[in-house]
Each structure stands twice: as structure tokens, then as C-alpha cells.
Ligand binder design. Structure first.
Ligand code: SF4
Length: 295
């Protein structure tokens, strides 16, 4: 079976040519966008952090992971954020049950119950936790540059539309965990920027000072559940995307979307390929990704 993941769907929605380069030809740029690198770093640190026995142990485990990161500014910023995160959540009564839970679940038509013949959904849930009242929840950790305070647009989107949340419930069940919802855990990336002559550690100290007194601005957690009607709408979306991909592969139709060549101040990794100035076969620019990963 072929697989669809949250990351591949982002590209399908963005530009089918971008999807083809990344998920059909399996060619990925050798340079990783700083925002993606930071998100990956935070995930790795938290995976270690969750298995600590208390706030101090958790901070130690998270920092041990961060120490290995070669980018000093990202490393020091993440360390500062982890101090704030540990202060807020490190001694909570939430038990870690699993981390980095990989799952595969069928793509099911919401009306007929039919399973898609070509595609299944694969994903990775950051964790499964047991709440103080005994309930099992999935854990999804994110970093964001947006306003994450309660009532913000960020939470409006997460609680109604976030497609990952819709897939985590059946996905975790398929992996043997009967979760009742998702504990959505967000850390806001500092908007502060290092001064011209400021060291990375000096900058990190300034970030920590900024966090003190307004922890809720930087860290938020909310339980998210999906209404049956929302889950069905998402099932239909997923089914339709699987059909779009089936057709695109069968007919070799991968239209470009010039509206997406530049996003968030960064050019698409395949811009040179689309404009004819670079080749997807160039091993200096691209490497071949292994098949079968959920990313
Ligand atoms: S450069 Fe533009 S058209 Fe080409 S893959 Fe990227 S987003 Fe699509």
C-alpha cells in the first residue's frame, strides 16, 4: 500500500509538483529550513524530557539532547525555552506512557465504510499520557510563532480543523492505545532577536527573563476532542485527497502552483527545478529519501 502522512498532505495542498518531487521522486533538499530544524530539535528534546522523573531530571535529559545540536543559537534558544517549559510542566502529575508512537490506519470512506484500495494513513504521535484522573490522552507537541494565548486564532484552528488531531484518535487505537482525546502542547518561539554583539548564551538569558512573569504567553496546553461530525468531514477530505493522488499518479498530472513558490519569506526547495536552472538529479542540491517514513 502507498502511504499518506500529515507532511505529504501539506505538500498536496500546497503544490502537486512539489509533492511529486518530494514523495514520488523522493528527492529532498539538503538544506533544511531553520523553522523545521528548530521544530525537530524541540521534538527530540521533549521525547527525552518526558521520561524524566521530576522537573530537574526532565530538564537534564532535555538539555543532554540539545547539547549535541550544532547550531549554537538554536541550541541556546531551545535550552532557554526548556527551562520555562520545565518550570511550568515538569512536576505535573501526568504520566508518560509512550513516546513517538508510529501508527498506520486505513483511509475509510465515511458513508460506505469502504477502505481505500491504494492508500493508508501513517503518522507519528508525539506521546501517549495518563492524566491524573486516569484517562489516556494522545500528546501532540508543537512550536509556533503565532499568538498561542487562549482564544487566539491558533486555538480556534486546532480545535476545529487541525487534520492531525482527527487522525490521532483512530491511529492510536490501531496502535493499541484507546485514547479519549489529545493533549495539545504548544511552545511559542521567541520573537526576540539577538543583538548585533550579543552572544547566543546572552540572548538565551534575555529570552528566559522575558518568559518570567508571562509563562502563559510562551506555553499553553489544551485538551482537544473531535466531534463526530468534524471527524467525518475530515474522513471525507482524506478520502478525496487519496483519490486525487491516485489520479495524479495514474495520469502523471502534477501541475505547478506558482502562488506557492515563495512562502514565509523562503523560496520553495524546487524553485530551480521548476524554472529550469537546476536538476532534481543534482546530488549537491538534493538527496534521495528512504521510502516508508511517516515524514
Ligand atoms: S517552485 Fe513553485 S511550482 Fe515549483 S514545486 Fe515549488 S511551489 Fe510548486
Amino acid at each position: 500500500m502507498k502511504t499518506i502522512s500529515h507532511s505529504s498532505l501539506v505538500l498536496v495542498r500546497n503544490c502537486l509538483q512539489q509533492y511529486r518531487c518530494s514523495y514520488v521522486e523522493l528527492r529532498r533538499s539538503r538544506s533544511v529550513a531553520p523553522a523545521l530544524a528548530f521544530g525537530g530539535l524541540w521534538d527530540k528534546a521533549l521525547t527525552a524530557w518526558h521520561w524524566g522523573k521530576d522537573s530537574k531530571d526532565r530538564l537534564f535529559r532535555g538539555h543532554a539532547v540539545l547539547l549535541m545540536h550544532p547550531n549554537e543559537l538554536q541550541r541556546e534558544t531551545a535550552k532557554a525555552m526548556l527551562v520555562g517549559y520545565s518550570t511550568l510542566w515538569g512536576d505535573s502529575n501526568i504520566e508518560t506512557v509512550a513516546t513517538q508512537l508510529e501508527f498506520t490506519s486505513p483511509i475509510v470512506h465515511p458513508e460506505t465504510g469502504e477502505e481505500h484500495p491504494e492508500y493508508v494513513y501513517t503518522g507519528v504521535l508525539d506521546g501517549v499520557v495518563r492524566m491524573p484522573d486516569g484517562r489516556l490522552l494522545g500528546l501532540e507537541s508543537k512550536t509556533s510563532s503565532e499568538d498561542i494565548t487562549p482564544g487566539s486564532l491558533y486555538w480556534e484552528r486546532v480545535t476545529t480543523l487541525d487534520p492531525q488531531v482527527s487522525m490521532y484518535l483512530p491511529g492510536a487505537k490501531a496502535a493499541g492505545f484507546d485514547i479519549e482525546g489529545i493533549l495539545y502542547d504548544v511552545a511559542k518561539k521567541p520573537a526576540l532577536r539577538p543583538g548585533k554583539h550579543e552572544t547566543a548564551s546572552g540572548f538565551a538569558e534575555r529570552v528566559m527573563r522575558d518568559m518570567q512573569g508571562r509563562m502563559g504567553f510562551y506555553f499553553q496546553r489544551q485538551e482537544v476532542v473531535r466531534l463526530e461530525s468534524e471527524a467525518r468531514r475530515y474522513q471525507q477530505d482524506l478520502w478525496d485527497y487519496a483519490c486525487i493522488l491516485s489520479d495524479a499518479e495514474r495520469l502523471s498530472r502534477w501541475p505547478r502552483n506558482p502562488d506557492r513558490c515563495r512562502q514565509f519569506g523562503r523560496a520553495c526547495d524546487y524553485l530551480g527545478v521548476c524554472t529550469g536552472t537546476a536538476s532534481l538529479d543534482d546530488d549537491f542540491l538534493f538527496e534521495t529519501r528512504r521510502r516508508g517514513k511517516a515524514a
